[in-house]
Design a binder for this molecule. Structure first.
Ligand code: FAD
Length: 393
């Protein structure tokens, strides 16, 4: 019974759970284990840091050690959890000293997600970068800081994927003075999120910043060519580039849970109390698939904050069912600020574009006339709270 609550993961989900728990209980033995340094940083700041000239170290808001001390928890950073023994309630962990076993009384999986990689042809396919952590950001930052093969500091950067992260990096890197090329098999940016006319406005706004669009095409190959990269496209075209960044989506990190026979689908399956299919094991954040969200993963900040608070209460003995409110996401494209609150993908309905004073506002309305989502562009983003309260989750 004296075994600790163990949290695996030091991203927003792991640290937020520890903080929320400590607000309710200052004494319970608490351990946080992370494969990375566990330093505290806001991941959303990775996609607007280049224009602000922020270096990786400047993105760290607090060191792991000081945060662990403040929260009165035992931290094992740069420690990899290799296996969960569900019946024995122990973890097998590996660090620089070797492998050992740690017992838990409750376990929280906050293991995040990993960038999806598609196999590409070419001798430089291995040079394609993804940015989903501070370490990844440091690699891209170092590549941009290295002397350019051509005169001038500007680079040609190919971004694979015109989703939320691809569009944010396109805007940020263009603002930082680079020549950005976005390649996406869809016909328009943010195709999964926005109505067509809103996508068109974003495409125009980023084009005005100098972003070159290659829509309806995908990257097939990356080869070295005269100290640079030649990026081959599915439509037969090619782009000469210095850096290729893949932003084609994330896949929940479920391997550890899966190996322990926990139920997994698109993420680690959790019920309304965030419990996995095993008692005393919970999950939240990018690794989780929430019953409270209609069996969806929700890889955004707000769901994590709500989930961490509910889970802390459950861990303190007050079993708490999580009910997500409407959670609009702000897309960091200063060329055209966007706020989007999305309905469940299975929700029937249609977009209704606002006119006159409502231009730049789209409501997603179900067949009964109930508003289930919305998109706000530009100045309309100031109406986020008003629109959220008119939306039914
Ligand atoms: P992560 O941050 O991925 O943390 C996972 C942790 O688990 C890490 O510490 C890792 O080391 C550890 N781990 C994994 N496996 C193991 C193991 N076996 N053993 C030990 N440790 C392990 N959302 C928004 O709402 N708004 C935004 O503007 C926004 N912008 C974003 C911009 C970018 C560039 C990106 C990539 C994401 C953005 N997001 C945004 C999404 C949001 O940042 C994420 O949903 C959130 O940070 C995920 O946190 P997490 O703790 O679930 O996962």
């Amino acid at each position: 019974m004296n075994d600790p609550i163990i949290i695996i993961g030091a991203g927003l989900a792991g640290w937020s759970t520890a903080r929320a728990l400590r607000k309710q209980d200052g004494d319970t033995a608490l351990v946080l284990i992370a494969a990375d340094s566990a330093d505290v940083y806001a991941k959303p700041s990775l996609s607007n840091a280049f224009a602000l000239r922020r270096a990786p170290a400047q993105l760290i808001s607090a060191s792991a050690a000081s945060t662990a001390q403040t929260l009165n928890l035992t931290l094992y950073a740069t420690t990899h959890v290799e296996a969960i023994d569900v019946a024995g309630k122990t973890l097998r962990v590996r660090d620089a000293q070797g492998t050992r076993s740690i017992a838990y009384r409750a376990l929280v999986l906050a293991t995040g997600a990993a960038p999806i990689r598609v196999p590409l042809d070419g001798d430089a396919a291995g040079q394609v970068l993804s940015v989903n952590s501070l370490d990844d950001f440091a690699v891209l930052h170092a590549r941009l800081a290295a002397p350019a093969p051509l005169a001038g500091a500007a680079r040609d950067i190919v971004i694979m994927g015109a989703g939320l992260i691809g569009c944010e990096f396109a805007n940020d890197l263009a603002l930082a003075g680079h020549r950005v090329h976005v390649v996406d098999p869809q016909a328009r940016p943010l195709a999964a999120l926005l109505p067509e006319s809103a996508s068109a406005q974003l495409q125009d706004a980023l084009a005005a910043l100098g972003v070159a669009w290659h829509v309806g095409a995908s990257v097939r190959s990356v080869d070295t060519a005269a100290q640079r990269l030649r990026v081959g496209l599915s439509d037969g075209g090619a782009i000469d580039a210095d850096i290729v960044v893949s932003a084609i989506g994330l896949r929940a990190n479920v391997a550890l849970a899966q190996a322990a026979q926990l139920e997994c689908a698109r993420g680690i399956v959790v019920d309304a109390t965030l419990q996995t299919s095993a008692p005393n094991i919970y999950a939240l954040g990018d690794c989780a698939q929430y019953a409270s969200a209609g069996a969806r993963t929700l890889p955004y900040v707000m769901p994590i904050m709500h989930a961490a608070k509910a889970l802390a209460s459950t861990l303190c003995g007050n079993s708490t069912a999580l009910a997500f409110p409407v959670m609009p996401v702000a897309i960091k494209t200063p060329a055209l600020p966007i706020v989007a609150a999305l309905a469940h993908p299975d929700q029937a309905g249609q977009w209704q574009a606002g006119l006159a004073a409502d231009a730049g506002l789209w409501r997603f309305v179900d067949p009964a006339g109930v508003q289930r989502g919305f998109v706000l562009l530009g100045k309309q983003t100031a109406r986020r709270t008003e629109l959220a309260s008119a939306t039914q989750a």
